[in-house]
Design a protein around this ligand. Sequence first.
Ligand code: 3SL
Length: 241
Amino acid sequence: MKISVFHTPELVPDEVTADCAIAIDVLRATTTMAAALANGADSIQFFSDLDELQRVSESWDAGKRLRAGERGGQKVEHFDLGNSPLECTPDLVRDRRLFISTTNGTRALKKIQTAPIVLTAALTNRETVVRYLLEKQPETVWIVGAGWEGTFALEDTVCAGAIAQRLADQMGCKIGELSGNDELIDAVTLYRHWQTELLELFHHASHGKRLVRLDGHADLKYCSELDTVDILPIQGETGVL
Ligand code: 3SL
């Protein structure tokens, strides 16, 4: 298995040649997706465009849908939910489809959606993603961080490192043997340094600071916890997770 890390969707080649591509937006889209599915959501359909989300979700039974999303970290007006994993309670999400659009996370997913296998990962479902990769053994894996409007994000890179480190541990190999690009080594180095202080790292991250300003302390803590949900968000034939 060779793993390449891309810090932002903009850095991903237009032709996605990986056997498996993984989108990461730890703060907060892919953590929210994992939380929603773990709490019983039926499925997740992702959009970069809010108008398209409105139009497509209109045809869905109103009692079976939830419109979720943010712009600038704030809930989109008239939507049912913002983009907080803590909002995705079992009572609210059970058996419903989430129609979601976020600033960067859904853009990362859109960029890789043509890969044969598309997953989303966060720190919270890291172990489940690793287990799947160990089972499937795809030859090439691309891990794509959502970043923030085209720039690097610490929280996405540290999650990529957490996945790769756990894989190397389970496979009994050195990280260099898994490395598809230099960014992978960089991500693992970041993870090794901060693995016991992930919440503190998030407080240094620019998007972490932004969320704290929006009163997102509880979200930051939830998103920084490793291996807390056992769920694999994987794209099905209809393009839905
Ligand atoms: O950028 C995104 O996709 C969001 O996850 C950002 S926020 O954490 O909801 O502000």
